[in-house]
Design a protein around this ligand. Sequence first.
Ligand code: FES
Ligand code: FE2
Length: 345
Amino acid sequence: MSELGFKNFWYIACESRELKPNETMARKILGEWIVLFRDENNQPRAFEDRCIHRNSQLSKGWVKDGKLQCSYHGWIFQGDGKLVGIPSEGPQSNKKLGSRCAKAFKTLEQDDFIYVQLEQSELAPLKPFSMPHYKSTGYETVRLFNKFENTVINCAENYIDVPHTVFVHDKIFRDSLDEEIKTKVTREDGRVIIEYLGETSNLGWFSWFLNPNKVPIIHIDTYHMPNTTCVKYIIDKKEFWITSQSIPVSEFETWVWTDLTYKFGAKLLNKISRPIVRFQGQSVIDQDIVVLNNQGKVIQKYGEKFSNASADVIHVLIESVYNELKLGKDPRNLPKKELEVKFWI
Ligand code: FES
Ligand SMILES: [Fe+2]
């Protein structure tokens, strides 16, 4: 297959710690029902959550010796999906199995996440997106999980939408200073990169901590097709990265994992900052959930019709990448685009 679509990307099904040996887990990605379990080597496995026998949900079953047994008539499937037992066939069961298989999906465990790929394509990425500086020396990560009632792309875009921050997150994240912001926006290779030029302050109440000397801030936001955003701040020797993977559960159900990865300085300072970073990050996301769920409700009623201002060129470029995938085309073939965008916040 030389097409590229949403099903060819890797999506987080769960965190590694959530999938315990000898347990099943039911998940939904892009509307597909999935059962996850760990095989005898502790490797994560994922099947369509539908028994090939008489279509009971496999997630209602049990895992024994790394094999999944259906709860209805007890058919047994091994990690790669192959049917290895039919109890009602008795001792001669083996002869009756044939080459029947549950529908298995590719899985991969990376950065303490379990990823699933629903369909393969020669254009598909070989590995999931790698979470920046996860478990790197000197960095600390606080991992957040949230559910939104909106589309995956509206959720992803929100994470790098700056103009909303002064309204939705007034004071806690940014203050409204009526300040002109200059950006360089590049669309290239399935990504949209937004580089903020000449920012020094305006990070709300934690400016005093993050940037007491008011040095120029390096602030770069990147959208990576189809569902990942990364916000990077480098302020003097401090770093703060916000990486979000938005998972399309169904059209208006999106689950988002957000890693807040930072390097504030000494190990102890990094450690004791954890509860503050978690509280601050979750408070900001709680405010986003309110506006995004509301936007999702309106779009479900009236459809999606947007009207743009200058800053929205960022959304337009992201959607140009996303919409290629809807057509089964590879967005990396879109021509490179570079723009300068100014807006006031
Ligand atoms: S439906 Fe699964 S074993 Fe019969
Ligand atoms: Fe926000």
